[in-house]
Unconditional design. Structure first.
Length: 278
């Protein structure tokens, strides 16, 4: 633990498990509604599932290669998916089984996907070093920006703001102003690839995950998105690459909590303010 005491271990609560909804590995998961989640897999399908019952409500098939990212505006009926086939598609929960909209234009696999809180605009990022902004209704590409060596790994929209946070293989975390798709701020570079990122619901903080091996790197980093825009603290304890990080909803614990998962087969919960491990 951060305070030097031994990590507490006790009985592990039973975990509800359901039958597989994908024929191959699941590559991305996102929340659609309080009781619904969306997943994408190597089987090229996008699935909407009730996580309480495990029931599959919709299955969308249209991509030619595996799904890399899925996202949606919470409490909306629209689901977005990105794929190794270089395309992005929009699906409607209550619509037909085919895609409602296509967003083609990237030259390599699409690895970043973020939708604005009002679901009117979409930002995509790719290994082709570009970030694009799209009109959701028309499918028109509104802006395109490229930066050398900016291999995008993840995108997330800042709640209530026109800003998008981006993680990259060049070890940087960038803040894009989505209005003109220009870089508004770049945090100091880390020592390892930045694999993922998330933004707190109040829009004050960003957390990013680092690549690494044998405990070198592998940390999550908390950044301040307000006036100082500086690194706040690091969360260390994983032994391999931190593959995902997320701010948990308020009310699950006395204070704000961050969850991280890693290639070391561990999921860890962190007290955001103290850095202590749960």
């Amino acid at each position: 633990r951060a305070d030097g005491s031994a990590e507490k271990r006790g009985p592990v609560a039973a975990v509800q498990q359901y039958g597989p909804v994908h024929a191959e590995a699941v590559t991305s998961v996102a929340a659609l509604k309080p009781d619904l989640c969306v997943s994408g897999g190597k089987d090229k399908s996008v699935v909407v599932c009730n996580w309480r019952s495990g029931a599959v409500l919709r299955r969308f098939i249209g991509h030619e290669r595996e799904i890399t990212k899925v996202t949606c505006a919470l409490d909306s009926n629209r689901v977005f998916s990105a794929s190794r086939d270089k395309t992005v598609m929009m699906w409607e929960l209550l619509g037909t089984s085919g895609p409602k909209q296509h967003f083609p234009g990237h030259e390599l696999v699409v690895t970043g996907l973020a939708v604005s809180p009002d679901a009117s605009h979409l930002c995509t990022g790719s290994r082709d070093n570009t970030v694009c902004k799209w009109d959701v209704e028309t499918g028109e590409r509104l802006c395109r920006a490229g930066i050398s060596r900016n291999l995008v790994t993840h995108l997330c929209w800042v709640p209530g703001e026109p800003y998008v946070v981006q993680a990259s293989e060049d070890k940087m975390i960038r803040i894009w102003d989505s209005r003109e798709l220009q870089v508004a701020h770049t945090f100091p570079g880390k020592r390892h690839i930045q694999t993922c990122c998330d933004v707190s619901q109040d829009g004050h903080y960003c957390v990013s995950g680092s690549g690494g091996f044998a405990g070198e790197g592998c940390e999550a980093t908390l950044w301040d998105l307000r006036q100082t825009r500086s690194q706040v603290r690091e969360y260390r304890g994983h032994l391999q690459t931190t593959a995902a990080c997320v701010f948990l909803p308020q009310g699950l614990a006395p204070g704000p909590v961050i969850a991280t998962s890693s290639y070391d087969c561990r999921v860890k919960l962190w007290d955001q303010d103290s850095g202590g491990r749960g």
